[in-house]
Structure formats: structure tokens, C-alpha cells
Design a protein around this ligand. Structure first.
Ligand SMILES: Nc1ncnc2c1ncn2[C@@H]1O[C@H](COP(=O)(O)OP(=O)(O)OP(=O)(O)O)[C@@H](O)[C@H]1O
Ligand SMILES: [Mg+2]
Length: 319
């Protein structure tokens, strides 16, 4: 049994201006110990996917489909059952670390909460245990006596990671854990993730708009566009031979240092704008920006095709 299985997951947000289809019939699975990167540009539905998994979607969200975590049906479970899983077996590093910590309390008073709640530990014991996780992410005990505003964005991100690791979860959802830090701290966090991956056995869903970040630590990649999963496969295959024109475009936007020195490849940008969520294009959502698009692409939504070990949502592969 897979650790996590998502079947035909759709999420709509009902707003005064209309309905936003944030996720549309998403299917994916995560194996035990596997790191899955979820990539795509802003508004493609990445955070919505993370919130759906831990059932923290806002009131205006309508959800359908199935999310099975260790075979347990997340979407139809009672709230008290979910509370036993959320923050313990599934933990989340939220997109913005500054809003995850209460500025009025010292770090040590708040990051031990999961251990106190889920393992009934005393604050003293929890703080003691927390020291191990702080050292895993390269922080000293000193941070426990600080207020959040005394710490840099990178330190707060690492604190969140330490907290997410502390309950020995089976799955960590890390939403843009490196988005608010500079390149050197980003590299440091990615190095920490790789080191922890070797030492422990949890799975991770790493959400990021940066395909380079995802591919540096993840075994598999899931590429999202306008709420659709457009390509899913092993990182190695996706990087070496991207199938979906959107994945190809994403990869052509980043410098590839491993390419030969004599090869001078111009970096490109993806033409056009991300779709208006209230008025998405007909047919394939990427077709107005796609250099391969033909008439059918604007008329019909493509069906998912299996290409080798890859799943691709594109008319090019619909036979
Ligand atoms: N609470 C909400 N109410 C209405 N619409 C929402 C809500 N949250 C998200 N959306 C919309 O749903 C779509 C997907 O949003 P989501 O935050 O999941 O994207 P994302 O890929 O995480 O983007 P980013 O990279 O900017 O974090 C967007 O169009 C967004 O505006
Ligand atoms: Mg997001």
C-alpha cells in the first residue's frame, strides 16, 4: 500500500466573483520514504493540494475525490480523527514562516507544542527532545530563548522544519520552505533536507515554484498548471526528457550548468501570462502559451497519457 494516494481530487473555491477551480481531478501517489516535488507557477494549486491533504482548506472550499493516508480516508474522517494525524503523522511547513510563529511568545514555548499534545510530554522533556531536532537542522539551543522577530527568515524556516520533524511523521508537506531565503540559505536548507533524508524514513511533498529546488532533493516530480497535474514521473526522466510543453518551458527558463561549456544556450521565458482563475482557457489550459498548440488544443481538454513511466496531460501524446 502506498503511504499516500490521491484519487480524482478536485477543489473549488467559491468567491463573490465566481468559482475558482484550484484543483481538477488530480491523481498521485507517494511511496514510503519518497520525496515528491510539486512544481508550478503561482496560482497553479500547489498549496491547495497541501492544505487538502491535512484537511486545512478554508470554509469556501468545495472538495471531491479521495485522499488515502496509510489507507485511511482523510476527506470523510471526523475532525477529531484528523486532529490525531495532523501535526503528528502528517506535518506541514507552511509557506510563510513569519505567520507560523506567534510573535508574543518565545520560540521554546511554542515549537514544543506538537510533542506536548501528541506525546503528552512535559515542556521540559519536550524541550530536551527538541534540541536533537534543532541540531539536525543546524541550529543551537539558543533559539529556544528567542522571540521569533529576533530570528532571520532562514532560521525561522529551519525552526519550522525542526518542528515538523519532531513528531516522527510519516509525511512532511513542506510548502515553499526556501522561498523567503537567499540563495546560500536555500542551498543550506536543501543540504539539510538531503542529509535528513539519508538518516530517517519519512516521505516528503516539497511544494515549490522552482523546479531546480525540487529536482535537487526529490525522487519524483509532479508538474502542475492551472490546477491540472500535467506531468508526473521520476525526477531523472522529467529532467532529461521533459514531455509536456509546460515542463519543457519551465526547464528552458533555468540555467543548466551541466551542459557542455561550448554550448551557449539562450535562457528563455514562458510567453504570455498565467491564466485568469475566473476565466481559464477552453481545451488545454496551457494552449495559449504553448508553441506546439494546434486547433484541437483550444477545443478539447487532453486526456492523460502514459508515456514510458511518465503520465502526461497533453494532446501531443493522445495518439
Ligand atoms: N481561500 C481562497 N479563496 C479563493 N480562492 C483561493 C483561495 N486560496 C487560493 N485561491 C485561489 O486558488 C488558486 C490556487 O491557489 P494556491 O494558493 O493553491 O496556488 P499556489 O500554486 O500555491 O500559488 P503560490 O505559488 O503563489 O503559492 C489561485 O487561483 C488562488 O487565487
Ligand atoms: Mg502556495
Amino acid at each position: 500500500m502506498k503511504l499516500l494516494e490521491i484519487k480524482e481530487l478536485s477543489v473549488e473555491y467559491v468567491t463573490p466573483l465566481g468559482v475558482i477551480r484550484a484543483l481538477e481531478r488530480v491523481n498521485l501517489g507517494v511511496e514510503r520514504g519518497e520525496f515528491l516535488g510539486v512544481v508550478g507557477e503561482s496560482g497553479s494549486g500547489k498549496s491547495t493540494l497541501g492544505y487538502a491533504i491535512i484537511r486545512l482548506l478554508p470554509q469556501n472550499a468545495r472538495v471531491s475525490g479521495k485522499i488515502l493516508f496509510e489507507g485511511f480516508d482523510i476527506l470523510s474522517a471526523k475532525e477529531e480523527q484528523i486532529r490525531k494525524i495532523r501535526g503528528k503523522s502528517i506535518t506541514m511547513v507552511f509557506q510563510d514562516p513569519f505567520t507560523s510563529l506567534n510573535p508574543l511568545f518565545k520560540v521554546g514555548e511554542q515549537i514544543t507544542r506538537p510533542l506536548e499534545v501528541h506525546y503528552a510530554m512535559s515542556k521540559r522533556d519536550a524541550q530536551q527532545k527538541m534540541k536533537h531536532f534543532l541540531s539536525l537542522v543546524g541550529l543551537s539551543d539558543y533559539v529556544l530563548s528567542c522571540y521569533p522577530f529576533e530570528l532571520s527568515g532562514g532560521t525561522q524556516q529551519r525552526l519550522m522544519l525542526a518542528m515538523a520533524l519532531s513528531t516522527a511523521p510519516s509525511l512532511i508537506i513542506a510548502d515553499e520552505p526556501t522561498s523567503s531565503v537567499d540563495a546560500s540559505i536555500q542551498a543550506q536548507i536543501l543540504r539539510i533536507l538531503l542529509e535528513i533524508k539519508k538518516k530517517t524514513s519519512f516521505s516528503m511533498i516539497l511544494i515549490t515554484h522552482n523546479i531546480e529546488v525540487a529536482s535537487s532533493v526529490c525522487d519524483k516530480l509532479c508538474v502542475m498548471y492551472a490546477g491540472r497535474l500535467v506531468e508526473f514521473g521520476s525526477t531523472k526522466h522529467v529532467l532529461s526528457d521533459p514531455k509536456h510543453p509546460y515542463t519543457q518551458a519551465l526547464l528552458s527558463c533555468i540555467p543548466r550548468p551541466r551542459e557542455s561549456k561550448t554550448q551557449t544556450k539562450k535562457l528563455s521565458a514562458i510567453s504570455g501570462n498565467p491564466p485568469d482563475p475566473f476565466n481559464t482557457p477552453t481545451g488545454c489550459k496551457f494552449h495559449p502559451r504553448c508553441s506546439h498548440a494546434w486547433k484541437l488544443c483550444g477545443e478539447e481538454e487532453p486526456k492523460e497519457s502514459v508515456v514510458g513511466e511518465r503520465r502526461v496531460l497533453c494532446h501531443l501524446y493522445n495518439g
